[in-house]
Design a protein around this ligand. Structure first.
Ligand SMILES: Nc1ncnc2c1ncn2[C@@H]1O[C@H](COP(=O)(O)OP(=O)(O)O)[C@@H](O)[C@H]1O
Ligand SMILES: [Mg+2]
Length: 301
Protein backbone atom coordinates (compact mmCIF):
# COMPACT_ATOMS: atom_id res chain seq x y z
CA UNK A 1 0.00 0.00 0.00
CA UNK A 2 1.46 3.45 -0.84
CA UNK A 3 2.24 5.69 2.15
CA UNK A 4 -0.53 8.24 2.80
CA UNK A 5 0.25 11.73 1.46
CA UNK A 6 1.68 14.02 4.18
CA UNK A 7 -0.86 16.33 5.80
CA UNK A 8 -0.91 20.04 4.88
CA UNK A 9 1.04 21.08 8.02
CA UNK A 10 3.65 18.36 7.40
CA UNK A 11 4.02 19.49 3.80
CA UNK A 12 4.54 23.12 4.86
CA UNK A 13 6.96 22.18 7.63
CA UNK A 14 8.96 19.97 5.24
CA UNK A 15 9.09 22.80 2.69
CA UNK A 16 10.41 25.15 5.38
CA UNK A 17 13.01 22.58 6.50
CA UNK A 18 11.40 22.17 9.95
CA UNK A 19 10.57 19.17 12.13
CA UNK A 20 7.69 18.81 14.54
CA UNK A 21 8.93 19.31 18.10
CA UNK A 22 7.46 16.17 19.59
CA UNK A 23 5.84 13.83 17.13
CA UNK A 24 3.34 12.67 19.77
CA UNK A 25 2.21 16.18 20.79
CA UNK A 26 -1.34 16.99 19.77
CA UNK A 27 -1.76 20.22 17.86
CA UNK A 28 -3.39 23.04 19.83
CA UNK A 29 -6.77 24.06 18.60
CA UNK A 30 -7.78 27.69 19.05
CA UNK A 31 -11.24 29.01 18.16
CA UNK A 32 -10.13 30.10 14.70
CA UNK A 33 -6.77 28.44 14.10
CA UNK A 34 -4.82 25.24 14.64
CA UNK A 35 -1.22 25.56 15.79
CA UNK A 36 1.68 23.13 15.33
CA UNK A 37 4.99 23.42 17.15
CA UNK A 38 8.16 22.79 15.14
CA UNK A 39 11.89 23.46 15.26
CA UNK A 40 14.86 23.82 12.94
CA UNK A 41 18.25 22.12 13.26
CA UNK A 42 19.62 25.03 15.32
CA UNK A 43 17.02 24.70 18.09
CA UNK A 44 14.88 27.70 17.06
CA UNK A 45 11.24 26.92 17.79
CA UNK A 46 8.41 27.91 15.44
CA UNK A 47 4.64 27.88 15.44
CA UNK A 48 2.80 26.98 12.26
CA UNK A 49 -0.68 28.45 12.45
CA UNK A 50 -3.39 27.37 10.02
CA UNK A 51 -6.82 29.02 9.83
CA UNK A 52 -9.97 26.98 10.38
CA UNK A 53 -13.47 27.93 9.36
CA UNK A 54 -15.50 26.74 12.36
CA UNK A 55 -16.74 29.34 14.85
CA UNK A 56 -16.19 32.29 12.51
CA UNK A 57 -19.84 33.26 12.22
CA UNK A 58 -20.53 32.75 15.95
CA UNK A 59 -17.57 34.91 16.95
CA UNK A 60 -18.49 37.58 14.43
CA UNK A 61 -22.05 37.68 15.72
CA UNK A 62 -20.91 37.82 19.38
CA UNK A 63 -18.31 40.57 18.93
CA UNK A 64 -20.57 42.61 16.64
CA UNK A 65 -23.25 42.54 19.37
CA UNK A 66 -20.61 43.57 21.91
CA UNK A 67 -19.49 46.53 19.78
CA UNK A 68 -23.12 47.62 19.54
CA UNK A 69 -23.64 47.43 23.31
CA UNK A 70 -20.50 49.44 23.90
CA UNK A 71 -21.80 52.27 21.77
CA UNK A 72 -18.93 51.91 19.28
CA UNK A 73 -21.28 50.94 16.45
CA UNK A 74 -22.90 54.38 16.85
CA UNK A 75 -19.50 55.84 16.03
CA UNK A 76 -19.39 53.75 12.87
CA UNK A 77 -17.19 50.89 14.16
CA UNK A 78 -17.40 47.70 12.10
CA UNK A 79 -15.84 44.29 12.72
CA UNK A 80 -13.80 42.45 10.08
CA UNK A 81 -11.72 39.32 9.70
CA UNK A 82 -8.19 39.74 8.42
CA UNK A 83 -6.96 37.21 5.87
CA UNK A 84 -3.86 35.26 6.95
CA UNK A 85 -1.57 37.35 4.70
CA UNK A 86 -3.10 40.54 6.17
CA UNK A 87 -2.47 39.21 9.70
CA UNK A 88 1.15 38.38 8.85
CA UNK A 89 1.66 41.84 7.33
CA UNK A 90 0.06 43.50 10.35
CA UNK A 91 2.42 41.56 12.64
CA UNK A 92 5.39 42.65 10.52
CA UNK A 93 4.26 46.25 10.84
CA UNK A 94 3.95 45.80 14.63
CA UNK A 95 7.49 44.41 14.79
CA UNK A 96 8.71 47.40 12.76
CA UNK A 97 6.93 49.73 15.23
CA UNK A 98 8.68 48.06 18.19
CA UNK A 99 5.67 46.09 19.47
CA UNK A 100 6.46 42.68 20.93
CA UNK A 101 4.78 40.14 18.65
CA UNK A 102 6.21 36.91 17.16
CA UNK A 103 8.51 37.40 14.17
CA UNK A 104 6.99 36.13 10.94
CA UNK A 105 9.15 33.53 9.19
CA UNK A 106 6.81 32.96 6.23
CA UNK A 107 3.17 32.80 5.20
CA UNK A 108 0.80 31.65 2.49
CA UNK A 109 -2.90 32.15 1.81
CA UNK A 110 -3.93 29.78 4.63
CA UNK A 111 -0.95 29.52 6.97
CA UNK A 112 1.69 31.52 8.75
CA UNK A 113 4.95 30.44 10.28
CA UNK A 114 6.22 32.48 13.20
CA UNK A 115 8.76 32.29 15.96
CA UNK A 116 7.59 30.56 19.11
CA UNK A 117 6.97 32.96 22.01
CA UNK A 118 7.75 31.78 25.53
CA UNK A 119 5.08 32.47 28.08
CA UNK A 120 1.57 31.57 29.12
CA UNK A 121 -1.71 33.18 28.12
CA UNK A 122 -3.04 35.70 30.63
CA UNK A 123 -6.32 33.79 31.09
CA UNK A 124 -4.31 30.59 31.76
CA UNK A 125 -2.17 32.40 34.33
CA UNK A 126 -5.31 33.56 36.13
CA UNK A 127 -6.45 29.94 36.35
CA UNK A 128 -3.09 28.51 37.37
CA UNK A 129 -1.26 31.09 39.45
CA UNK A 130 -1.89 32.60 42.89
CA UNK A 131 -4.03 35.75 42.49
CA UNK A 132 -1.15 38.10 43.38
CA UNK A 133 1.10 36.61 40.69
CA UNK A 134 -1.67 36.65 38.09
CA UNK A 135 -2.46 40.26 38.98
CA UNK A 136 1.18 41.19 38.32
CA UNK A 137 0.91 39.57 34.89
CA UNK A 138 -2.34 41.47 34.24
CA UNK A 139 -0.70 44.75 35.27
CA UNK A 140 2.27 44.05 32.98
CA UNK A 141 -0.11 43.27 30.12
CA UNK A 142 -2.10 46.46 30.66
CA UNK A 143 1.11 48.50 30.79
CA UNK A 144 2.37 46.87 27.58
CA UNK A 145 -0.95 47.51 25.85
CA UNK A 146 -0.88 51.16 26.91
CA UNK A 147 2.59 51.47 25.37
CA UNK A 148 1.18 50.13 22.11
CA UNK A 149 -1.74 52.58 22.32
CA UNK A 150 0.72 55.39 22.91
CA UNK A 151 2.00 54.71 19.40
CA UNK A 152 -1.56 55.18 18.13
CA UNK A 153 -1.92 51.47 17.33
CA UNK A 154 -4.91 49.31 18.30
CA UNK A 155 -4.43 45.54 18.49
CA UNK A 156 -8.06 44.45 18.97
CA UNK A 157 -9.28 41.15 20.40
CA UNK A 158 -7.42 41.67 23.68
CA UNK A 159 -9.49 39.53 25.99
CA UNK A 160 -6.93 37.62 28.07
CA UNK A 161 -6.27 34.74 25.69
CA UNK A 162 -4.10 36.51 23.14
CA UNK A 163 -1.35 37.85 25.37
CA UNK A 164 1.57 35.60 26.29
CA UNK A 165 3.51 36.56 29.43
CA UNK A 166 6.88 34.99 30.29
CA UNK A 167 8.28 34.59 33.78
CA UNK A 168 10.10 37.94 33.51
CA UNK A 169 6.72 39.59 32.78
CA UNK A 170 7.55 40.31 29.14
CA UNK A 171 4.30 40.48 27.19
CA UNK A 172 4.00 39.16 23.65
CA UNK A 173 0.84 39.95 21.68
CA UNK A 174 -0.56 37.29 19.33
CA UNK A 175 -3.68 36.55 17.25
CA UNK A 176 -4.80 39.29 14.89
CA UNK A 177 -7.70 37.61 13.10
CA UNK A 178 -10.08 40.38 14.14
CA UNK A 179 -9.93 44.02 13.25
CA UNK A 180 -12.27 46.89 14.09
CA UNK A 181 -12.51 49.71 11.55
CA UNK A 182 -13.67 53.22 12.40
CA UNK A 183 -14.49 56.07 10.04
CA UNK A 184 -11.52 58.38 9.53
CA UNK A 185 -13.01 61.18 11.65
CA UNK A 186 -13.00 59.03 14.83
CA UNK A 187 -9.89 59.95 16.81
CA UNK A 188 -7.11 57.52 17.57
CA UNK A 189 -7.77 58.23 21.29
CA UNK A 190 -11.36 57.00 20.96
CA UNK A 191 -10.21 53.85 19.18
CA UNK A 192 -7.55 53.05 21.77
CA UNK A 193 -10.19 53.57 24.48
CA UNK A 194 -12.26 50.77 22.94
CA UNK A 195 -9.25 48.44 22.79
CA UNK A 196 -8.54 49.25 26.46
CA UNK A 197 -12.15 48.65 27.57
CA UNK A 198 -12.02 45.10 26.15
CA UNK A 199 -8.76 44.38 27.96
CA UNK A 200 -9.96 45.69 31.33
CA UNK A 201 -13.08 43.57 31.15
CA UNK A 202 -11.08 40.48 30.15
CA UNK A 203 -8.72 40.91 33.10
CA UNK A 204 -11.54 41.10 35.65
CA UNK A 205 -13.51 38.31 34.06
CA UNK A 206 -10.72 35.75 34.34
CA UNK A 207 -9.50 36.81 37.78
CA UNK A 208 -9.97 34.46 40.66
CA UNK A 209 -9.61 37.44 42.97
CA UNK A 210 -10.94 40.45 41.08
CA UNK A 211 -10.17 42.82 44.01
CA UNK A 212 -6.47 42.10 43.78
CA UNK A 213 -6.51 42.38 39.99
CA UNK A 214 -8.51 45.63 40.01
CA UNK A 215 -6.05 47.16 42.50
CA UNK A 216 -3.11 46.18 40.28
CA UNK A 217 -4.81 47.59 37.16
CA UNK A 218 -5.77 50.81 38.96
CA UNK A 219 -2.11 51.13 39.97
CA UNK A 220 -1.06 50.98 36.31
CA UNK A 221 -3.69 53.55 35.28
CA UNK A 222 -2.75 55.85 38.19
CA UNK A 223 0.95 55.72 37.29
CA UNK A 224 0.42 56.87 33.70
CA UNK A 225 0.90 60.62 33.36
CA UNK A 226 0.13 60.28 29.66
CA UNK A 227 -3.23 58.53 30.18
CA UNK A 228 -5.45 61.38 28.95
CA UNK A 229 -3.19 61.94 25.95
CA UNK A 230 -3.50 58.31 24.92
CA UNK A 231 -7.22 57.87 25.58
CA UNK A 232 -10.43 59.75 25.01
CA UNK A 233 -11.55 59.21 28.58
CA UNK A 234 -15.15 60.26 27.97
CA UNK A 235 -15.49 57.53 25.36
CA UNK A 236 -13.66 55.10 27.65
CA UNK A 237 -16.33 55.73 30.30
CA UNK A 238 -19.04 55.04 27.78
CA UNK A 239 -17.35 51.86 26.53
CA UNK A 240 -16.92 50.52 30.05
CA UNK A 241 -20.59 51.22 30.78
CA UNK A 242 -21.36 49.32 27.60
CA UNK A 243 -19.20 46.37 28.67
CA UNK A 244 -21.09 46.19 31.95
CA UNK A 245 -24.44 46.24 30.15
CA UNK A 246 -23.23 43.66 27.64
CA UNK A 247 -22.12 41.17 30.26
CA UNK A 248 -25.30 41.81 32.23
CA UNK A 249 -27.28 40.85 29.16
CA UNK A 250 -25.07 37.81 28.63
CA UNK A 251 -25.05 36.46 32.16
CA UNK A 252 -27.33 38.20 34.61
CA UNK A 253 -30.50 38.06 32.57
CA UNK A 254 -29.79 34.44 31.78
CA UNK A 255 -31.89 32.42 34.22
CA UNK A 256 -29.46 29.49 33.87
CA UNK A 257 -26.58 31.45 35.37
CA UNK A 258 -25.94 30.13 38.91
CA UNK A 259 -26.42 32.58 41.78
CA UNK A 260 -22.76 32.59 42.84
CA UNK A 261 -21.70 33.37 39.25
CA UNK A 262 -24.18 36.27 39.19
CA UNK A 263 -22.79 37.57 42.48
CA UNK A 264 -19.21 37.32 41.22
CA UNK A 265 -20.29 39.14 38.13
CA UNK A 266 -21.98 41.95 40.07
CA UNK A 267 -18.80 42.33 42.06
CA UNK A 268 -16.75 42.54 38.86
CA UNK A 269 -19.13 45.22 37.59
CA UNK A 270 -18.52 47.27 40.74
CA UNK A 271 -14.79 46.97 40.22
CA UNK A 272 -15.15 47.86 36.57
CA UNK A 273 -16.96 51.04 37.61
CA UNK A 274 -14.21 51.84 40.10
CA UNK A 275 -11.60 51.44 37.38
CA UNK A 276 -13.66 53.73 35.22
CA UNK A 277 -13.77 56.36 37.97
CA UNK A 278 -10.04 55.96 38.49
CA UNK A 279 -9.48 56.67 34.81
CA UNK A 280 -11.78 59.72 34.94
CA UNK A 281 -10.11 61.06 38.05
CA UNK A 282 -6.75 60.52 36.47
CA UNK A 283 -7.79 62.63 33.53
CA UNK A 284 -9.05 65.46 35.73
CA UNK A 285 -5.92 65.40 37.90
CA UNK A 286 -3.51 65.47 35.00
CA UNK A 287 -5.32 67.57 32.42
CA UNK A 288 -5.42 70.81 34.48
CA UNK A 289 -1.75 71.08 35.60
CA UNK A 290 -0.56 70.15 32.12
CA UNK A 291 -2.37 73.17 30.67
CA UNK A 292 -1.13 75.51 33.44
CA UNK A 293 2.47 74.46 32.82
CA UNK A 294 2.11 75.03 29.10
CA UNK A 295 0.77 78.54 29.73
CA UNK A 296 3.53 79.36 32.24
CA UNK A 297 6.17 78.37 29.74
CA UNK A 298 4.72 80.53 27.01
CA UNK A 299 6.88 83.68 26.72
CA UNK A 300 5.03 87.02 27.10
CA UNK A 301 4.77 89.06 23.98
N1 LIG B 1 3.91 32.45 18.32
C1 LIG B 1 3.38 31.69 19.28
N2 LIG B 1 4.15 31.24 20.30
C2 LIG B 1 3.64 30.46 21.27
N3 LIG B 1 2.36 30.04 21.31
C3 LIG B 1 1.53 30.45 20.32
C4 LIG B 1 1.98 31.30 19.27
N4 LIG B 1 0.94 31.54 18.43
C5 LIG B 1 -0.10 30.87 18.96
N5 LIG B 1 0.22 30.22 20.10
C6 LIG B 1 -0.65 29.37 20.94
O1 LIG B 1 -1.73 28.90 20.16
C7 LIG B 1 -3.00 29.36 20.68
C8 LIG B 1 -3.94 29.68 19.53
O2 LIG B 1 -3.37 30.67 18.70
P1 LIG B 1 -4.15 32.01 18.30
O3 LIG B 1 -3.28 32.75 17.37
O4 LIG B 1 -4.58 32.73 19.53
O5 LIG B 1 -5.39 31.43 17.49
P2 LIG B 1 -7.00 31.53 17.72
O6 LIG B 1 -7.44 32.62 16.80
O7 LIG B 1 -7.51 30.22 17.29
O8 LIG B 1 -7.24 31.86 19.16
C9 LIG B 1 -2.62 30.57 21.53
O9 LIG B 1 -3.56 30.81 22.54
C10 LIG B 1 -1.27 30.16 22.08
O10 LIG B 1 -1.41 29.29 23.18
MG1 LIG C 1 -6.47 33.36 20.25
Amino acid sequence: MPAPAPSLPDQILARCGLKRCTPSAQPTQGFLNTVHLAEDGAGQKYVLRIGRDENREDIEEYVTRQIKFLGAADLGATLHYRSIPAQAQFMQSLTAAGVNTPHIAGYGEEWMLMHFAEGRGLSTLFAEQPPEEAAKAAAATLGALMDVHKKGICLWDRWGGNELIDNKLNVCFIDFDLRIDFPAQVSSQTQTALDLAFMLRGCLQFSRDADITAAALAGVIGARDDFDHIYDVKSLSRFIDGQIRFYNAEYIENADTPKDAREKHNHENDLMQQLQQKANMHMQMHAAPARTTARKNTPHI
